[in-house]
Write a protein that binds this ligand. Sequence first.
Ligand code: CP3
Length: 349
Amino acid sequence: MSAHQQTAASPFIRACRRESVPHTPVWFMRQAGRSLPEYLKVREGIPMLESCMRPELVTEITLQPVRRHKVDAAIYYSDIVVPLKAIGLDLDIKPGVGPVVAQPIRTRADLGRLRDLEPDDVGYVTEAIGMLTGELGATPLIGFAGAPFTLASYLIEGGPSRSYERTKAMMYGDPELWADLVDRLAAITGAFLKVQIEAGASAVQLFDSWAGALAPQEYRRYVMPASAKVFDAVAGYGVPRIHFGVGTGELLGLMGEAGADVVGVDWRVPLDEAARRVGPGKALQGNLDSAVLFAPTAAVEAKAREVLASASSPQVPGHIFNLGHGVLPSTDPDALTRLVDFVHTETAV
Ligand code: CP3
């Protein structure tokens, strides 16, 4: 049986498809990583990007939160810049900073450095996913990639940014160059997601983490066509496609329209209101504030109950419980384990 068949009856995949579930499925963005002592231990002395290229290490790190928290899905341990590294860009992930690009992409000539991604460029991904699906059995593996806008922001700025000034300068000042850049990135991202699905990923998530920096009319004109191209590239596989960004309250409808089956919602918009903005026919994922996990258990449970109440509205036809953004590195892992158990118990039918 293929990994896709094996995971079809799982609560996570059923919720993505808006089918009935025995309990609300839970997973956490950034569940693999610095909140776990066992992660810090195996990563010791190994640079981030190098760790992404070692299939055995990737398998171990991806499984760690599944074993510990009993989450309903694993997310493939990697980073949004891995496919860009794989096509030969000189970039690194600096601890405490994020992705840093040696020579930013700012001119038409620079586009020449963005060649297509071939499956052979990321053989370690195929290998790791093969190992993982064997270990995971009926637990689904989520593959992921960075969306064209978020990737473009790192490539143009050269690193993380608060105001995206160079990115927006290109978008508004040279719309043709911008369109060609995000179109290139859509092709690379689509190819990268295909590799993950063909290797056995049961769902995919497109992270447009920084799209919230845009007004809806800008998003629609400059970003949505490229993200839609990524979703189209993998539509034929029939695996659920999740679309997520931060601060995207005003963009939720458009992010659904771009082609997602599931729209990720940050902590700023209650799920029943998000459902009105997204419209019918799509499941929602979210949206407990990651910082709530620093409060006492009773407060975490009260806030989690609010998320579940908001998701119980008939307008929310499928709900995957998650945080509104990633797990913060100093989160107590036991608080996450307790939260998974709480959501499972609270929603059991
Ligand atoms: O559990 C998981 O979610 C899977 C692993 C994962 C990583 N990065 C590993 C990682 C995922 C899904 C990502 C996606 C990612 N990477 C995004 C989108 C998600 C989001 O949070 O919005 C973005 C914007 C990036 C870029 C990036 N990579 C940042 C901003 C950072 C943090 C920099 C820092 O040190 O604060 C990274 C590094 C990174 N990616 C780490 C991990 C575990 C930490 C590096 C380390 O452990 O040394």
